[in-house]
Design a protein around this ligand. Structure first.
Ligand code: PMP
Length: 401
């Protein structure tokens, strides 16, 4: 009985989650704002119209089968995903020095990239922002890399600690991997400006660091796919190397389809070809090949100009609703005369607001107001509605007064 005798299984260890679970709370008006998932004004998950349309088209297409994809996934999906992040006029794509493989959403793309780097990159240190998405350290550590932090958030200004960030990146050892969230930074909602991105690019390149972009929210920040890709494109335009993990969970609402892509931008076609086969060797013993359905949906939409346009309209609709929720929450807090400056709620961008509430206040709000947010004070603005804004504003007001 190997498991019986293993002390690790003697205790029931709860899954480590950075928030209190709302599951056991029987309150009918409990509000779960911890998970990063878009909800409609009615509080329901949203399946995009264009996704329904693509699925119908696929269901009617008798040439579609359920056979294995190749190790790197659907070829058209890979091409179109690379174009989506790098742009229609990308020199790197034209010069065939881009490797893209279909992966299991953003997380799977990060993990395959991390496994590839752990196997083939000499520098084992990866720098992530402080703070960052809670899964980043696990993904890179489990791949065998050693995780360090660069300064990102300044609690005093509730903004970017830009000087600190540059200083830390400047002191990183040559070859170090740097994880950069391309837009809508999770959890802070604070992105560098384009001028700041340019300075980040200069320091990353001059110090010989390797950028690994986490592109989980393209289109979700500004509502525009090209604007949200500018940080990545700036780095690719200089001709240097980088990795990009792409997710269609948020921007197409395909959370459960687990569809994303890993792109590796190389400096020559020859190296790209060799890297491609090495990435296949990473994937094959892990899961052989990726699932077909999500990739077929994305490809159908990206391929068809009418459907692509419909997608951009629905995506903008989601981004605009989030922006309007920020405004409503800010105004509701102002109207209550809550002490403090809450303008960061409307200055931040993307799905989340990093409120500045501390863990004690967060736990208190769960107990007294049945509102659940992560212990670091992060609220999923995308899960809020006009109906629930007053409830949240009341709770915040009570928590800080
Ligand atoms: N990166 C960041 C910054 C995220 O916030 C998330 C999801 N919360 C992911 C990657 C991964 O998402 P998924 O695997 O669902 O695409």
């Amino acid at each position: 009985n190997f498991f019986e005798s293993n002390p690790i299984f003697e205790k029931d260890i709860p899954v480590c989650r950075p928030f209190a679970s709302s599951w056991d709370d029987p309150c009918p008006v409990k509000l779960n704002l911890s998970a990063g998932a878009y909800r409609t004004e009615e509080g329901k998950p949203l399946v995009l119209e264009v996704v329904r349309k693509a699925e119908q088209q696929l269901a009617n297409d008798l040439s579609c089968d359920k056979g294995y994809l190749s190790i790197d996934g659907l070829a058209d999906f890979n091409k179109l995903s690379a174009k989506l992040i790098l742009g229609d006029d990308s020199h790197a794509v034209d010069e065939n020095r881009v490797v893209t493989i279909q992966c299991l959403s953003g997380t799977g793309s990060l993990r395959v990239g991390a496994e590839f780097l752990a196997k083939h990159h000499q520098q084992r240190v990866v720098f992530v922002p402080n703070p960052t998405w809670g899964n980043h350290p696990f993904i890179f550590t489990l791949a065998g890399l050693s995780v360090e932090y660069f300064r990102y958030y300044d609690p005093q200004t509730r903004g970017l600690d830009f000087e600190g960030m540059l200083e830390d990146l400047g002191a990183a050892p040559p070859g170090a991997i740097v994880v950069l969230q391309s837009c809508a930074h999770n959890p802070t909602g604070i992105d560098p400006t384009l001028e700041q991105w340019e300075k980040i690019r200069q320091i990353v390149r001059s110090k010989g660091l390797l950028p690994f972009f986490d592109n989980a929210y393209q289109g979700f920040a500004s509502g525009n796919l090209d604007s949200d890709a500018q940080s990545v494109r700036m780095f690719v335009a200089d001709g240097g190397e980088c990795l990009i993990a792409q997710s269609f969970a948020k921007n197409m609402g395909l959370y459960g389809e687990r569809i994303g892509a890993l792109t590796i931008v190389c400096t020559s076609q020859d190296v790209a070809r060799k890297i491609h086969s090495q990435v296949l060797l990473v994937v094959r013993p892990m899961y052989l090949s990726p699932p077909i359905h999500g990739a077929s949906i994305v490809t159908t939409i990206l391929k068809n100009s009418d459907m692509y346009k419909d997608w951009t309209i629905e995506l903008k609709g989601m981004a605009d609703r989030i922006i309007s929720m920020r405004q409503q929450l800010y105004e509701a807090i102002q109207a209550r005369g809550t002490p403090g400056d809450w303008s960061h709620i409307i200055k931040q961008i993307g799905m989340f607001s990093f409120t500045g509430l501390n863990e004690k206040q967060v736990r208190w709000m769960a107990k007294e107001y049945h509102i659940y947010i992560t212990y670091d004070g992060r609220i999923s603005i995308a899960s809020l509605s006009s109906k629930t804004v007053p409830q949240l504003a009341d709770a915040i007001h009570a928590a800080v007064t």
